[in-house]
Design a protein around this ligand. Structure first.
Ligand code: FAD
Length: 356
C-alpha cells in the first residue's frame, strides 16, 4: 500500500470529515488517519444522555443537513449516526484504527510514525480535537484521597453513584448537565469558580453562533460589535427540569485540599465526599506534534487562521477559535475546513511549480 500523499489529515472526527468533504473535490491525494475503531470522534465517548445544544439543522457539516429540523436537539447517538452516514455518503478516504504517534519533517517532507507503519506527505492537517487531553486543576492531597476522582470525559451514566456523595466541579454545560442527572439518584455538592450563569431559556447554540458570527464579521470590517450579555449554561430540557427541582440553588467556591475522605476549604470547613467529578474542560491533543518543536507554553501552536506560522505545510483545524472561528462546532468547522483546503491547494501547487 502506497503511504505517500499530498495531504494527511490526523483525526477523523467531525473536523477531519469536513476537511475530507473539500479535499475529495480538490484533486489532491489525501488520507484521513483516525485512531478510533469506528466513526464518531469525541462523540463516541461522551456520556449517554448528552444532547447537542443546537437543533439538528444547526448541527450540520457542509453538504448534508442533519435530519430533525429546527426544533429537535439531537442526542449523541444521533450525532454519531450522522457522522457515520456522512463519511459513507461522500466516500471519504479514512483508515482506522491508525494512531499517529510522531510527526517530523525531513528534507521538506513530513514523515508520520503510526501504528500502521510510516506515512509520508507534503502537508499535514492536525484535527485531533481535545477529548484525549482532559484538564484537571491541581489540588493538594489529590493522591491521598481514597474516593473516586474522574473527569467528565469518563462519565457515562448516573446509576453507579447511587448512595454516594458526589462533588461536581465546574460551572459550564458539562457540569450543569451531569449535576442535573446525578442529583436525581444521590446527594451532590456543586463546586464552581464563580456564580454559575444561565442563558435565557430561548437562547441556544444556534443563537450563540449567529451572535458570534455577527461579531466576527463586524471585527473583520473594523467595526465594533458587542455580544449581548449572555451567561454560559444552555437551558436544554434536562437543565430546565433540574432548575425547577432547585438543583442549582446553591453552589460553593473551590476547596483548598483533599484529605483521605473529604474536601477541605481554606476556612477549615470540611465535607465528606465519595466521588469528585471534574467538569473542567479539555486542552488540545497535540502530543503527536511534539517533535516539530512548535507547541507553545499554553499547549497551543501559533497560527494565522488555521495555518501554523512557524512550520510550513502544517495546518490545525477544529480546536476552537484559535484555529478558526467557531471551529469546534459542527456548524462552524465547515468554514475553517474550506479555507484550509484552499490554502493547501495553493501551497502544493506552488511547491510543484518550484520543482518543475
Ligand atoms: P474529535 O471529535 O475529538 O475528533 C478527533 C479524532 O481524532 C478522534 O477520533 C480522536 O480519537 C482522533 N485522534 C486523536 N489523536 C489522534 C492521533 N494521534 N492519531 C490518530 N487519531 C487521533 N459541538 C457542537 O457542534 N454542538 C454541540 O451541541 C456540542 N456539545 C458539546 C457538549 C459537550 C459536553 C462537549 C464536551 C462538546 C460539545 N461539542 C459540541 C463539541 C464537540 O464535541 C467537539 O468540539 C468536537 O467533537 C470536536 O471535533 P473534532 O473533530 O475537532 O475532534
Amino acid at each position: 500500500m502506497e503511504n505517500r500523499f499530498d495531504v494527511i489529515v490526523i483525526g477523523g472526527g467531525q473536523s477531519g470529515l469536513a476537511l475530507g468533504y473539500y479535499l475529495r473535490r480538490s484533486g489532491l491525494s489525501y488520507i484521513i488517519l483516525d485512531n478510533q475503531e469506528e466513526p464518531g470522534g469525541a462523540w463516541l465517548h461522551t456520556w449517554k444522555s448528552l444532547r447537542l445544544f443546537s437543533p439538528a439543522q444547526w448541527s450540520s457539516l457542509p453538504g448534508m443537513i442533519m435530519t430533525g429540523g429546527t426544533d429537535y436537539y439531537p442526542t449523541r447517538d444521533v450525532a454519531i449516526e450522522y457522522l457515520k452516514s456522512y463519511e459513507t455518503k461522500y466516500n471519504l478516504s479514512i483508515r482506522r484504527p491508525v494512531q499517529v504517534t510522531r510527526v517530523y519533517k525531513r528534507e521538506g517532507e513530513f514523515q508520520l510514525e503510526t501504528s500502521d507503519g510510516l506515512y509520508f506527505s507534503k502537508t499535514v492537517v492536525s484535527s485531533t480535537g481535545s477529548f484525549s487531553n482532559p484538564y484537571i486543576p491541581s489540588f493538594e492531597g489529590i493522591n491521598v484521597f481514597k474516593g473516586q476522582v474522574l473527569h467528565s470525559g469518563e462519565y457515562q451514566t448516573p446509576d453507579i453513584f447511587t448512595g454516594k456523595r458526589v462533588a461536581i466541579v465546574g460551572e459550564g454545560n458539562s457540569g450543569a448537565q451531569i449535576l442535573a442527572e446525578i442529583s436525581k439518584v444521590t446527594g451532590t455538592l456543586w463546586i464552581t469558580q464563580k456564580e454559575p450563569r444561565f442563558l435565557p431559556d430561548h437562547i441556544d447554540g444556534r443563537f450563540l453562533f449567529d451572535a458570534a458570527t455577527q461579531m466576527y464579521e463586524a471585527q473583520k470590517a473594523g467595526k465594533r460589535y458587542r455580544l449581548p450579555s449572555l451567561g454560559d449554561i444552555v437551558m436544554v430540557d434536562a437543565v430546565k427540569e433540574a432548575r425547577s427541582n432547585k438543583v442549582y440553588n446553591s453552589s460553593i467556591r473551590p476547596f483548598q485540599h483533599f484529605t483521605e475522605d473529604s474536601l477541605v476549604w481554606s476556612d477549615g470547613h470540611e465535607e465528606k465526599i465519595d466521588v469528585v467529578i471534574f467538569c473542567t474542560g479539555f486542552k488540545a491533543s497535540l502530543n503527536h506534534l511534539d517533535a516539530l518543536g512548535v507547541i507553545n507554553e499554553e499547549g497551543k501552536i501559533d497560527t494565522d487562521g488555521t495555518r501554523a506560522m512557524h512550520i510550513p505545510g502544517l495546518w490545525l483545524v477544529g480546536y476552537g477559535n484559535w484555529t478558526g472561528f467557531a471551529s469546534a462546532t459542527l456548524i462552524g468547522v465547515g468554514r475553517s475546513a474550506k479555507t484550509t483546503v484552499e490554502q493547501l491547494s495553493t501551497y502544493i501547487t506552488k511547491q510543484k511549480e518550484s520543482l518543475s
